[in-house]
Design a binder for this molecule. Structure first.
Ligand SMILES: O=C(O)[C@H](O)[C@@H](O)[C@H](O)[C@H](O)COP(=O)(O)O
Length: 262
């Protein structure tokens, strides 16, 4: 089988503000949703926390809200803070309030964690939830042997973390589990679960959605392929079909002026 090259594109204009990023992101997601549902009958989407959820707001408005076949969406989280679901620190809580409550995705298709104070138990249970969807063939297995999501919507941190995979932590090297956990995350709250890199990089499409100056260094290091030790986790993101960076002018501010733009 021929190996398709990864398509990397960058939505970054020096004049672009966070509102423009939200406007660009909505048709990108809506078109991928339409394509996946026409091919397989489902759209398996992975969310992260942080500002991403607010940047998804245009999807919950016309014309996208009416165009998307929400009944066929299946939602997972790339990482979750191990807190009760009604805790404002919960990524599920954030997504429910600002996104999921505004669109008709069936609740049985929304795969949040089940809280317990033990992060390891939460990670095992989340992997079990995912393996059920794999067995039902809702989420297919990729040729890599790991679950293959249609789209992951990810943010990055100023230290280059992605999901809850941080620069100086061992979880980023986990090549066997689908879901792992951390009890001393450098970004609070300390207890988290996270998809591992093999799951992230088995996705068909990944959008890296970054707004704000704080992440500008990490964006420049990653997109210019600069060598740093340890390598930034976000520079390891390499999905199977396409990687698209959505940047506002602040996030793109450390890239050279002539850097490839769309
Ligand atoms: O649980 C989390 O903390 C997030 O999932 C995390 O991985 C986030 O996506 C990045 O830190 C970017 O966050 P911002 O968009 O808020 O900068």
């Amino acid at each position: 089988m021929a190996i398709m090259p990864l398509i990397t594109s960058i939505h970054s204009l020096r004049t672009q503000n966070p509102e423009d990023v939200a406007v660009d992101l909505a048709p990108y997601v809506s078109q991928l949703s339409q394509k996946a549902i026409s091919e397989t009958g489902a759209f398996c989407v992975v969310l992260s926390g942080g500002t991403l959820i607010h940047t998804l707001r245009k999807l919950t408005q016309s014309p996208h809200k009416e165009l998307v076949n929400w009944a066929r969406w299946f939602i997972f989280w790339v990482d979750e803070r191990v807190v009760p679901l009604d805790n404002p620190d919960s990524n599920y809580f954030l997504a429910r309030n600002d996104f999921l409550s505004k669109v008709p995705i069936p609740s049985k298709n929304i795969h949040h964690i089940y809280y317990s104070p033990c992060s390891e138990a939460v990670a095992i249970d989340y992997q079990y939830q995912l393996s059920n969807r794999v067995q039902q063939k809702v989420v297919p297995l990729s040729a890599t042997g790991f679950p293959q999501f249609d789209l992951m919507l990810l943010g990055i941190g100023p230290d280059g973390h992605v999901a809850s995979l941080f620069p100086n932590r061992t979880e980023r090297y986990n090549r066997t589990d689908w879901v792992t956990y951390i009890n001393d995350s450098p970004k609070p709250p300390p207890k988290r679960i996270t998809f591992t890199f093999p799951v992230i990089n088995s996705a068909k499409h990944i959008a890296m959605v970054v707004t704000g100056k704080e992440e500008a260094n990490a964006v420049a290091i990653t997109l210019e392929k600069l060598q740093v030790r340890p390598p930034l986790p976000c520079s390891w993101v390499e999905p199977q079909v396409s990687l698209t960076w959505f940047l506002d002018r602040d996030a793109a501010s450390k890239l050279p002026p002539n850097f490839n733009k769309k």
